[in-house]
Write a protein that binds this ligand. Structure first.
Ligand code: 13P
Length: 253
């Protein structure tokens, strides 16, 4: 039983006041549920405050990025050990915005993933194709390259704790969601790629879908057999929207 993970990627949004309101409303509206875990990933400066607010609650804490280095002269970077120190359980690696805007290659993503695992964090590895790549029928090839870089570096055993998020770039922030069947087809492919290395780990690995998930399309996605939750951008910034997505998962769990 993999259970559902509903993760909010707040991206570069929020403030002390807005975050306090958002977390207060999420906590007030959420009853601990065995089959569904909630996670929020705020920007770095707010991790400390959120760690205190969320301590002892059923909502987990994660970061949106991490350095591949453990310490040293890397101005502006944050190490995996620091995130662990700030009570993060999860960290997103390889989000398409970082791949596209910050030039993170699959090799760098793999280094970050491995460094996160070494520090005892649970990485959420993002993979996904652009619209052009989908139209050229290259979706699976693109995902294989992104996935294999990590599998070759960190090993399949890393997925004892790691999570994968399939986020088609064309569905992020566009209001255009992959259909449940489109997403399921890619999730199935990802799971079979993992299974080629270890069938038992593949079966237990949570694979989230991300890209314009909202309260009204969440249940359709989450009923698919290989979709184990969502990585939510825009809809994670409003407690009501985020809770509606979580409730959709809970109703299926
Ligand atoms: P949206 O939910 O805003 O499309 O963003 C998805 C995403 O990028 C989550 O990481």
């Amino acid at each position: 039983m993999r259970g559902y993970l509903i993760a909010g990627n707040w991206k570069m949004n929020g403030s002390k006041a807005a975050n306090a309101k958002l977390t207060r409303e999420i906590l007030a509206g959420w009853a601990d549920t065995a089959s569904v875990r909630l996670l929020v990933c705020p920007p770095y400066p707010y991790l400390g405050i959120l760690a205190e607010t969320l301590s002892g609650t059923p909502v987990a804490l994660g970061a949106q990025n991490v350095s591949q280095h453990a310490s040293g002269a890397y101005t502006g970077e944050v190490s995996p050990g620091m995130l662990k120190d700030m009570a993060c359980e999860f960290v997103i690696v390889g989000h398409s915005e970082r791949r596209a805007l910050m030039g993170e290659s699959s090799d760098i993503v793999a280094e970050k993933f491995a460094a996160a695992i070494s520090a005892g964090l649970r990485p959420i590895l993002c993979v996904g194709e652009t619209l052009e790549e989908r139209e050229q029928d290259r979706t699976e090839a693109v995902i294989d390259e992104q996935l294999d870089a990590v599998l070759d570096r960190a090993g399949i055993e890393a997925f004892d704790s790691a999570v994968i998020a399939y986020e088609p770039v064309w569905a992020i922030g566009t209001g255009r969601t992959a259909s449940p069947q489109q997403a399921q087809d890619v999730h199935r492919h990802i799971r079979s790629r993992l299974a080629a290395r270890n069938a038992e780990i593949a079966e237990a690995t949570q694979i989230l879908y991300g890209g314009s998930v909202k309260g009204d399309n969440a249940a359709g996605l989450f009923t698919m057999p290989d979709i184990d939750g969502g990585l939510i951008g825009g809809a994670s910034l409003k407690a009501g929207d985020f809770l509606a997505i979580a409730a959709a998962a809970a109703s299926l769990g």
